[in-house]
Design a protein around this ligand. Structure first.
Ligand SMILES: [Fe+2]
Length: 166
């Protein structure tokens, strides 16, 4: 990360709830938020642009997923606030810290499915790190939330891989 996207705003204070390193934790939750946000946008774009025999499956599955990701963005951002940190306000920062791969355009339906399978695995890996940091900080609330998100990404990766299996 080039700069701290969680710079404290005036009047914002870290919560005093016994978390050892709230800033490190909030930063890793913010990275999870960025991945969720960028993946939501990409998922919706694929929902619009998918064509071919798998249209119906991919169109419907991506709709289910972007709705879920949209709700998750809100939940994750509010957890950052509950930790006492400001939620990121700049889309550019989110794109910068996200590890979700950028779509290069002219993407075939098979490539869309393979990209989303990879992206959900990438997100699950990042969330796993964030869960470790939450556990190190004995923050079971954040660990639980991120664990549930990890389950979503693992399931989504499986579904996209299954769609590609001949
Ligand atoms: Fe739609």
């Amino acid at each position: 990360m080039n700069h701290n996207i969680l710079e404290m705003s005036p009047g914002v204070e870290a919560s005093n709830t016994g978390i050892k390193n709230a800033e490190q934790l909030a930063t890793s939750v913010a990275a999870s938020l960025a991945d969720t946000y960028v993946l939501m946008v990409k998922t919706q774009a694929y929902h619009w642009n998918v064509v071919g025999p798998l249209f119906y499956s991919v169109h419907n599955l991506t709709e289910e997923h972007y709705n879920d990701l949209f709700k998750a963005v809100d939940e994750i951002a509010e957890r950052i606030r509950a930790l006492g940190y400001p939620a990121p306000t700049n889309l550019k920062d989110m794109v910068e810290i996200s590890e979700i791969s950028e779509d290069t355009g002219n993407t075939s339906t098979e490539e869309m499915i393979a990209n989303l399978a990879d992206d959900h695995e990438t997100a699950a890996k990042r969330f796993r790190k964030a869960v470790e940091i939450a556990e190190e900080n004995r923050d079971v609330v954040t660990a639980d939330m991120l664990t549930a998100r990890m389950a979503f990404h693992e399931k989504a990766a499986w579904m996209f891989k299954a769609l590609l299996t001949k």
